[in-house]
Design a protein around this ligand. Sequence first.
Ligand code: NI
Length: 181
Amino acid sequence: MALLKIARMGHPVLARRADPVEDPTDPLIHLLVNDMIETMHDASGIGLAAPQVHVPKRVVVFYVPPSRTDDNDGVALTVLINPVIEALTEDMSLGVEGCLSVPGMAGRVPRYTKIRYSAMLPNGEQLIREADGYHARVVQHECDHLDGILYPMRMEDLSSFGYSDELQKAEQEGETETDDG
Ligand code: NI
């Protein structure tokens, strides 16, 4: 296990389309996944995509804290290999996002409110899930990394883009806490 260096916005590895993984059961992929999980927890993030650790492959790890789901169950740590997202609605909602590759900053980003996603798991099985709300947001954020897209590129109103501590000071109420993914 090893902590990996996190690429920051501006590094070319974050701007390119990542390559598909040929064999999800490859021990080298499992090593990468384990290091990504350790790196994500060390950085206090809730999601991490392989390009963020300078590996241009279609691999994502994430979890959803219990406080971020209506049923308070959260979503357990999940590994997605070659994920594909399908929007199940045209409805989008704005929510605050942060990113380990854009440290210290946050902004309001529109995301589909309901999606279906499928992916390969490290054991070679296929995962298919539906997600809404924050869960759907996290998956869309992480999978965007695989296509070279960072959340500021999704923002329609850059007036809400700023340093997260300043934004939290400015907001009187509501969910101002930001997770990094
Ligand atoms: Ni991110």
